[in-house]
Design a protein around this ligand. Sequence first.
Ligand code: NAD
Ligand code: GLY
Length: 343
Amino acid sequence: MTEIKITSTPACEESIIICEKGAFRRSHGNMVFTDSNVYRIYKKEIDALALPVHVMQAGESNKNEETLFALLSAMADAGLHRKDTLLCVGGGVVGDIGGLAAALYMRGINCVQVPTTLLSQVDSSVGGKTAIDFKGIKNLVGVFRQPREVLVDAMFLRTLPEREIVCGLGEIIKHGALHEPLFDKLFSNADRLFDLTFLEEIVPQNIALKADVVQKDAHETDLRKCLNMGHTTGHALELYEKTRSHGEYVLIGMLYEIELAKMTADCDEEYLNDLKGLILRVLKNNQLPSACKAARFAALDKKNATSDLISFVAPVAKGHYMLKEIAYDEYVALLKRAEENLI
Ligand code: NAD
Ligand code: GLY
């Protein structure tokens, strides 16, 4: 078992992360929130908890105010009190909406996260970012609030379709681009990236890495911005195209931002080519979309754009990155050149 404790600054909220096969058996709370796919596959295990269950229709397109308010309404109907706990069993969509509902209900009740996708185990369940998409902008409405507990159980990875493994690998490779030992491990195990035993082995390392960043900068004033690598262009494409999943857009966003890094910073090109190779290996023969067409959505993302400047995280050498800010017109021109190299 790996147990990681986050005491985040400045909020001083505590979060305990337990990473263990069978961790789901420790689940506790007063109501379960899950999605239609997870409930279909794990009905027996969830019903065994003998709690009221609220099920949302699975999918990013439902990460919206209707789903949030339907959940709040179910929480009120179930008579949840201030000392009660909402148990969120699902991927990043369930975790983000459930975390926000728990933060809003009675000005904040406890939340326990049971992440069931690779992406949510290594990334979204850890760190207290909660949100819904609103007015066509990703994660526009949300709060920072740490879950009381995160229970990470490898059992859930066994039922994931390969595409969801790709998505989780998006955030794992992003972590690798920030941390040299993880990059070396991924690079030297490139032929085992889809091997569940290997993935189970590296989940705790990814959680520890993210927990360390969150502990130092829970509210993303500086250090945590590094976790947005690939997300400026990735989120823009996600809003423009809406046909792939978040993690796939992170991988594609990273490919573009590697090219941007090469054009705007002093980089270790050999390392960047290795990083690119790892990403392409995971994306397989996926046809890359045009980022130029999506660029205007990067300007809408308040996290990545101030006035007419676009910011992105440029990987420059093993374990090293730079926060870059460039004018919107330059961003579009660079994406155009990047596209010539990539598509
Ligand atoms: P998701 O929650 O939509 O799950 C992906 C799919 O897998 C869904 O169809 C779901 O029903 C299904 N699924 C879940 N668990 C399963 C299991 N064990 N077996 C079979 N199928 C299963 O997507 P995701 O990739 O987990 O998360 C993406 C979301 O997370 C995005 O909305 C993104 O913005 C958000 N996110 C948040 C943070 C954060 O810090 N809060 C970080 C990264 C991403
Ligand atoms: N996934 C980015 C973050 O949690 O900050």
